[in-house]
Design a protein around this ligand. Structure first.
Ligand SMILES: *[C@@H]1O[C@H](CO)[C@@H](O)[C@H](O)[C@H]1NC(C)=O
Length: 473
């Protein structure tokens, strides 16, 4: 049958009119892509079922000089250092995502991949904790690593490893690792027994991952997780008894990241007063995301609507906020409650979810640049991610060795896009005016980190479920 020109034209106009309204993203695809990213960040001997094929074995002698097997774990970002604190936070957020949204992740066919991403971290933490009072907190150091631009497979940089122990305590990194391991109660005892900030014990970590908020939040966070994992009252008691001393309920904060976790300690749903105080802190944080803070301590937003904390890797704060907003919205929905931000301002689950969705959709491409900040997703995404491995030809293609400064000379400054797509990476993202400069040297915007993507795994799975229930979502 032939369609008349007029019918054709009106059909096209109809589609043009409804297109902007029905714009929605394929969250299932976003979920699948996001989990690939953890394979590209793997250090150690890659397994037979490695799906991200441009990477190969690396760091196979990590720990050798120290007499300990530290092969494995994750590179946290675009360099080849293994930093314990952000790695543990990544694994904690991945685990939390699976605890809350495991069913939805499974329904999307990604459960095994999510578990593998977690296990790659926990297998390493077990190696890194060879004695009750020792935790290896870092392999490689930022100074020599950043001097080179080398594929992890070619590394010639120092693989100095740093540990915390009785004499060099590091309660924050131990606490975070305990949180990641949860059931490994022994780590927690260790972290608490030898209190001290890990960047005081390990000088070289300063400037990269200094623990600005101190170690108390990691300890409270670990205790909260250990209570959840074990059901042992002693952990809950610890959270409650140390709440005031450690500042868990006296601080007012409006950011949440690998270094500050007071905001989420509302996880304990006990009726006790002190837990209520934790809850009110978490709620204060959510209200500030919603631009409804009673103390006018609101998070800024870009003109395009993105939550904005700071210009270096802003998206890390957005993805963690998105996770909490989604989770809390579900909590309000299932308990039939509303969040009271001030006397005359109540927020329902829909409004909270809609803020989460606006942030996720912004990341996926609904933004003034029309750019997806999830690499590999959509038609347009960053092509010059600040990432050593991705920016150089794969060892599978080019077997020859690429030296320390040779990488800078031959690959770093190239105008061409990276030869390898860093699938699933969430880059630092745009500035406060929604602008994004896709240049390899612009590391504040084009570097990605494992803890940027980790909180989105559960969120994508939940959104995929919501979309399958309601096609307008
Ligand atoms: C946030 O609230 C302030 C007033 O408290 C208002 O001026 C501003 O437009 C709000 N921002 C957004 C993004 O709604």
């Amino acid at each position: 049958m032939k369609i008349s020109n007029k019918a054709f034209a009106s059909t096209m106009i109809f589609f043009l009119l409804i297109l902007p309204l029905t714009h929605s993203f394929n969250y299932q695809q976003a979920l699948s892509i996001s989990l690939l990213y953890f394979e590209s960040q793997r250090s150690g001997r890659l397994p037979y079922n490695q799906r991200l094929t441009w990477r190969h074995h690396s760091g196979l002698t990590d720990g050798l000089h120290q007499g300990v097997d530290l092969v494995g774990g994750y590179y946290d970002a675009g360099d080849n250092v293994k930093f314990g604190l952000p790695m543990a936070f990544t694994v904690t957020m991945l685990s939390w995502g699976v605890i809350e949204y495991g069913e939805q992740i499974a329904a999307a066919g990604e459960y095994i991949h999510a578990l593998e991403a977690i296990k790659w971290g926990t297998d390493y933490f077990i190696k890194a904790h060879p004695h009750p009072n020792v935790l290896w907190a870092q392999v490689g150091d930022g100074a020599t690593d950043h001097y080179c631009w080398q594929r992890p497979e070619d590394m010639t940089t120092s693989r100095q490893a740093y540990k915390i122990d009785e004499n060099n305590p590091g309660s924050d990194v131990a606490g975070e690792t305990a949180a990641a391991m949860a059931a490994a109660a022994i780590l927690f005892e260790f972290g608490d027994k030898y209190r001290g900030k890990y960047d005081e014990s390990i000088e070289v970590v300063k400037g990269y991952y200094p623990s600005a908020s101190g170690y108390m939040d990691e300890l409270l966070w670990a205790a909260t997780w250990l209570y959840k994992a074990s059901g042992k009252e002693e952990y809950l008691k610890y959270v409650i008894e140390n709440a005031l001393d450690f500042g868990g309920i006296s601080w007012a904060i409006n950011e949440f990241s690998w270094d500050i976790k007071y905001a989420v300690e509302e996880k304990q749903k006990e009726e006790k007063l002190i837990v209520e105080a934790y809850k009110s802190k978490a709620e204060h944080y959510l209200c500030s995301c919603l631009n409804k803070s009673s103390t006018n301590n609101n998070l800024k937003r870009t003109p395009g609507g993105l939550l904005y904390t700071r210009k270096w890797n802003n998206l890390q704060y957005v993805t963690t906020a998105t996770f909490l907003l989604t989770l809390y919205s579900d909590h309000l929905e299932s308990s039939n409650q509303r969040l009271r931000c001030s006397n005359d301002d109540e927020v329902g689950p829909e409004e909270m979810l809609s803020l989460a969705k606006s942030q996720v959709d912004y990341i996926l491409g609904e933004n003034p640049m029309g750019m997806s900040y999830l690499v590999g997703f959509g038609g347009r995404y960053p092509e010059r991610v600040h990432h050593r491995g991705a920016s150089m030809e794969s060892v599978k293609e080019k077997r020859g060795f690429i030296g320390c400064v040779q990488g800078y000379d031959d690959w770093y400054g190239r105008v061409d896009g990276n030869p390898n797509v860093l699938m699933g990476a969430v880059v630092g993202g745009p500035n406060e005016r929604d602008e994004f400069n896709d240049e390899r040297s612009n590391f504040r915007q084009t570097e990605a980190c494992t803890y940027n993507t980790a909180p989105l795994v559960g969120v994508f799975a939940r959104f995929n479920q919501l979309q399958s229930q309601n096609h307008d979502f």
